[in-house]
Design a protein around this ligand. Structure first.
Ligand code: R5P
Length: 299
């Protein structure tokens, strides 16, 4: 058992924080939360004095509220002289704005990095951050762990597809490395679609020419995250046009805004499988064991 250590759940990650505390066999603290009608959060947590505090808070929507809640908890731990403040952020928001794409854009992840570390965080653990370049804005120790091996393990037992006759598909070229990694673990071929996104409107289009015959095959469509579902819907529709048989969607972070789940299922997808970085109906792969291992190994 880790000595003098507490796991504090942020309001966004109660279940995951509880599992991590169980795995680590350390005290679990659940905050008392009130969200007032104007949107302000009030959080109450018992004293944490001089302990190693492990705070778990995923930054999914409402993102800015979850960020301020995280900062409030870090602030309390620092004020009470926590010996170490480890922040686990399973889903790191703002990592898609890691550079200036259009003149004048603010690099959002650099703002978030400054906030997290300047508040007193000692080290941070995150999972499949959208772009590793985002990590360059932090000066604290960070572990960015990959959920690909546990997603690969899970898919091996999936009855909806014939693994032997499957192909791993990335909805865009930015996801090539991710697709290669899982394809290697599953011993499969990969296909990367050519997606373009209009930087002003956000509209997505995909090159219809696959350069490969996929008729009759099954697809494991993998992305780091699903937000509106637009990328997965476009990719699935294209694969269906090319007569792919069944499609299973894998992702680390399923934000699934509005009716994204329905849109994806209506595009002919059999199943969406995600980790529990964000609580949702597709969260079938548990991050608690790998997150706990990282804590133990870095202590
Ligand atoms: C983009 O580069 C990401 O990897 C995802 O493909 C994208 O953020 C998913 O967003 P949406 O579900 O809104 O298409």
């Amino acid at each position: 058992m880790l000595k003098n250590t507490l796991v504090i759940a942020g309001p966004a990650s109660l279940d995951l924080a509880k599992s991590i505390s169980k795995n680590l066999n350390v005290k679990f603290i659940e905050p008392e939360l009130i969200v007032f009608s104007d949107g302000e959060s009030k959080i109450r947590i018992p004293p944490v004095d001089k302990k190693h505090c492990i705070i778990v808070q995923s930054l999914y929507p409402p993102i800015d509220r979850h960020i301020i809640q995280l900062l409030m908890i870090i602030h309390k731990c620092r004020r009470e002289n926590a010996s170490k403040i480890t922040v686990i952020i399973p889903y790191m928001a703002y990592a898609r704005q890691d550079k200036m794409f259009l003149e004048g854009e603010i690099i959002s992840i650099s703002v978030l990095a400054e906030l997290i570390q300047n508040f007193g965080t000692t080290d941070m653990i995150t999972v499949d951050i959208h772009n590793e370049h985002s990590l360059s804005y932090f000066s604290i120790t960070i572990k960015n762990i990959s959920a690909i091996p546990i997603l690969a393990e899970y898919i091996k037992n999936n009855k909806a597809i014939d693994i032997e006759k499957s192909i791993v598909v990335s909805p865009d070229e930015g996801g090539t490395k991710r697709a290669e990694k899982i394809a290697e673990l599953l011993n499969l071929q990969i296909l990367c679609l050519k997606k373009t996104r209009d930087r002003k409107t956000g509209l997505v289009s995909v090159d219809e020419n696959l350069g490969l015959v996929v008729e009759g095959m099954d697809a494991i469509l993998i992305d780091d995250m699903i937000s509106t579902g637009g990328s997965i819907v476009k990719a699935s529709e294209l694969l269906k046009k090319h007569k792919i048989r069944n499609i299973i969607v894998l992702c680390t972070h399923a934000i699934l805004l509005d009716n994204a789940f329905e849109k994806i299922m209506n595009a002919g997808v059999q199943e969406i499988i995600s980790t529990n970085s964000i609580p949702n109906i597709c969260a079938k792969v548990d991050l608690a064991p790998i997150l706990s291992n990282v804590v133990v190994n870095t202590n």
